[in-house]
Design a binder for this molecule. Structure first.
Ligand code: ATP
Length: 199
């Protein structure tokens, strides 16, 4: 699976639409301090579904929308799209080209799209689960993450190996199923109580 294109518009320092094409091999982003290199990484993390503003180096989500400059008005919307080549079918979808898009409006509304069609954050999360490129995966490694791994903070080393081994999605499904079982048990208890009262 290859990352092919990143489009950013109205996100952090990028008021105008920018497009970064990723060719085969390694792509490096260089530039002077404060020019927006880390904002590009934040955009990738964000479009993959990151919900923690701390991970986006922001205090609140609204701060990720372009705030304007002396010459430019702030924008009302932040939009990031990330495209992948899925010729090896590593992503569980029939599409060979996959583009995910996330939009966030100043009003607080947000939207996710998969190949231009509205979807849920859950769909994006499930698409990338166990591929190593989810927003919380090892695809993006910042300095703090290296510290956490070295100190094995909150079982971070185990989580990393589980994601790499492809078992995270099964653990998630197990959690969901156990929750459903518990809810069903609770419902059954309630039905038994009602039956007891009626009798
Ligand atoms: P360094 O090399 O120092 O780490 P960098 O190239 O990684 O810098 P970034 O941290 O990506 O730079 O970008 C910082 C710039 O982004 C700052 O000038 C900041 O004002 C700008 N910025 C962040 N959020 C917004 C926003 N919502 N609207 C406009 N500009 C923003």
């Amino acid at each position: 699976m290859q990352l092919t294109k990143l489009e950013i518009k109205g996100f952090k320092s990028f008021g105008d639409r920018i497009v970064i094409n990723f060719d085969e091999g390694i792509t490096g982003i260089v530039g002077p301090n404060g020019c927006g290199k880390s904002n590009v990484v934040d955009a990738i993390r964000w479009v993959l579904g990151e919900q923690k503003t701390r991970m986006l180096r922001s205090e609140k989500m609204e701060n990720i929308i372009f705030n304007g400059t002396k010459k430019r008005k702030p924008t009302q919307l932040a939009e990031v799209s990330l495209s992948f080549k899925n010729t090896k079918n590593l992503l569980p979808t029939e599409y060979t080209e996959v583009t995910i898009t996330r939009r966030y409006y100043r009003s607080g509304e947000s939207e996710y799209l998969l190949n231009g069609v509205g979807c849920r954050l859950k769909d994006i999360n499930e698409l990338f689960m166990d591929t190593g490129i989810a927003s919380n995966s090892y695809a993006i490694i910042e300095l703090k993450m290296v510290d956490d791994l070295l100190n094995d903070k909150e079982n971070s080393r185990r989580d990393l190996f589980e994601e790499a081994a492809g078992i995270s999605k099964f653990k998630k499904r197990k959690r969901e199923t156990l929750k459903k079982l518990k809810d069903t048990d609770d419902d059954l208890d309630r039905v038994e109580d009602l039956l007891f009262e009626i009798e």
